[in-house]
Design a protein around this ligand. Sequence first.
Ligand code: MLT
Length: 337
Amino acid sequence: MKILIADKFEKSGIEGLKSLGCEVFSEPDAGALPGGVAAAIQRCNPGALVVRSTKVTAASFEGVVAGAPGSLRLIVRAGAGVDNIDVPAASAKGVRVCNCPGMNAVAVAELTMALLLACDRRVPEQTIAARSGQWNKKEFSKTGLGGARGLKGSTLGVVGAGAIGRAVIKRAIAFEMRVIVWSRSITREHARDLGAEWGGIDTPALHAMAAKCDAVTVHLPAAPDTNKLLGREFFAAMKPGAVFINTSRGSLVDEAALREAITGKGLRAGLDVFDNQPSATAAEWVNETVRLAGVCATHHTGASTDQAQLAVAEETVRIVKVFMETGRAENCVNERA
Ligand code: MLT
């Protein structure tokens, strides 16, 4: 089978696909070139497409003839979220879309803990001051509102109980935090098994949980029912000076409401994802939220560790192998395509 990799991808994954006997076209810049992924698909005529952040829009499928021999039948998203792929457009052409859930969960959970600690200890501000030639133990060692509280004994609200949410809970417990978990489907038993308290399943319960927490972290996929889930009411419910972490997707957060809470009541925020983040991996970018004091910003790098990318590459190869051998699409998100 011909495979088009339209993104940067681990060498082990490329080798793994070749060892299956696949003809591999590695075009890491395909999304940014004229004609985008659509042109690359027409040029390479692959049976399978592998992407990480590259957008696969409806236009990408224009030249695809559903069911034609040798035409595109499978897309593997080398990661968990599939929001960069127009899944209905893929389904309309009979193309199966699969993802690699859980493979980067630990990496995202690790960044979540890093952001939580960085916000509490104001690591970015301390670094900026040090770089500008300022020694300011006076400012950065103050206690009370605006100072470092410490994680032990504080309450963390975890929004979402998938692989990433669960990995965060485990790490927060190791830091001796009290954890409350909220998700649309979590039961009291499930929360208890995770070592957490049950935060409920509906939006009023989410807001009630926010009011009890010193920090809240979000681990849900981008979907119509999660769009701007963390909005004005949610931020109004959060305690003054609390920490808000988002390593999931920018679309979940109403950033204007978040900014109001940062400037209005000293909320701190650790953000890895943004509604207006560029789709290119390197670009000029302006975002009003990251300019505010109390905000730690990373560049959608939650999944970007060697461990995670090797695991994702291995899972991608496994999915392609099973598909070639049996026609079965594992971790398929559009089963009826
Ligand atoms: C994911 O959806 O798993 C991450 O956003 C992946 C990534 O950055 O590649």
